[in-house]
Design a protein around this ligand. Structure first.
Ligand code: FPP
Length: 247
């Protein structure tokens, strides 16, 4: 039995989030420039999107560029932004063919103008697609999102639109750029690093984590299936006991 056949379609995660890591190391191992690692990571992005759409995973969030990534050498930042624009344009037919809707989270206004224009175009073009939603985290960091959310709420308190007692879990959640999406049940990080790197700190409160040594440019559909299978064998207790869950 192949790995795909072992997946229980009735127990699929609704939302998978991925920290795509290891592009630089993949390139270094081959004596290439770092950007070649990112370029080769595009195939892994395509495979992951296709696999989610084929399986029926409703949301896939990819950590494509963090707030902290702006501090990388200028050449690498420019190359990554150009690659993003090029990929968005080239992959539009794949998104349309697979009925995938594109959305973003993060500080959209901070992205270069051409990048914003291309993104807006494809977001509009795919807005009615409903097989899978691909959420790109761009100029995103969880602390940035949480601070912004708190500011939006504080402003409402200041303007007497709400009182302090109105602030709750749901209000904070809905003020985040991730507010429209359900929280991921499964987080995958490639390249053997065991940390969250300021990604979805609020949203991953009860998620299952899956770490693999595979570098992002080598990540294929089968690697995604393995992560899903691993997830399906976990017991999610949400603070309850094992007995409560099985009853
Ligand atoms: C982390 O690897 C990866 C990134 C910062 C960028 C990811 C971008 C892509 C895969 C390109 C295209 C993406 C989309 C969504 C179109 P790293 O550079 O930190 O690797 P290292 O830890 O080995 O140095």
């Amino acid at each position: 039995m192949g790995i795909l056949e072992k997946i229980d379609n009735s127990k699929l995660p609704i939302h998978i989030a991925i920290i795509m890591d290891g592009n630089g190391r993949w390139a270094k191992k081959r004596g290439f420039l770092r950007i070649l690692g990112h370029e080769n990571g595009v195939k892994s992005v395509r495979e992951s999107c296709e696999a989610c759409a084929e399986l029926g995973v409703k949301f896939l969030t990819l950590y494509a560029f963090s707030t902290e990534n702006w501090n990388r050498p200028k050449d690498e930042v420019n190359a990554l932004m150009n690659l993003l624009v090029k990929t968005i344009k080239a992959e539009t037919p794949t998104l349309l063919k697979n009925n995938i809707r594109l959305q973003t989270i993060g500080d959209f206004e901070k992205l270069p103008e051409n990048c914003q224009i291309e993104l807006k175009k494809i977001i509009k073009e795919t807005e009615h697609n409903n097989r899978t939603t691909l959420v790109l985290a761009l100029s995103y960091s969880s602390k940035w999102d949480i601070v912004n959310s708190v500011k939006k709420i504080a402003e409402k308190v200041k303007n007497n639109e709400i009182s302090l007692d109105d602030i709750n879990d749901e209000m904070i959640n809905n003020s985040l750029t991730t507010g429209p999406f359900p929280h991921p049940e499964l987080l995958i990080r490639t390249s053997g690093e065991l940390r969250l790197s300021n990604f979805l700190l609020w949203e991953l409160a009860y998620s299952e984590f899956y770490f693999t040594d595979t570098l992002w440019p080598d990540f294929r559909k089968n690697d995604l299936y393995k992560a899903i299978l691993d997830y399906q064998n976990r017991e999610r207790r949400f603070g309850k006991t094992s007995e409560q869950i099985s009853n």
